[in-house]
Design a protein around this ligand. Sequence first.
Ligand code: ZN
Length: 150
Amino acid sequence: MTKDNTLEQMYTHAKQAQAHAYCPYSKYQVGAALRAKSGEIYTGCNVENASWSVSICAERTALVKALSEGEREFTHLLILTRDGGISCGICRQMLNEFSPDLEIITSNSKGIEVLRRRLSELLPEPFGPTSLQHLAHLDDRTIDDPVDTL
Ligand code: ZN
């Protein structure tokens, strides 16, 4: 699989996802295709809600789908909007948790690449897993440890 074919595939997947966008308020359809290190491509669309803060972006939809399938590392993210819009800060933060060097490509509805950047360029000096190293002493806990109760 060549890189161009990969991007072409990702564009096709993003376009299919974009068609499922639920955006009655903004009317701004977004489709995302996230390529995992495994080679699998996960898609997402934006899903708005009458309670606006509950809405989720296409990028995070794709990320959560991939994570729930066991993926943890990602190589490329293609975002498709009518004008080549870029990820919001919340999505950048969530993606940084797993792949700070992720390559992000935005495309407009004509299939023209608008922007290509590493996530590390879009989110300089991020707050990430290493920011919490001072909590390393808690690593001996297991998920089954009882939670302190009042
Ligand atoms: Zn976002």
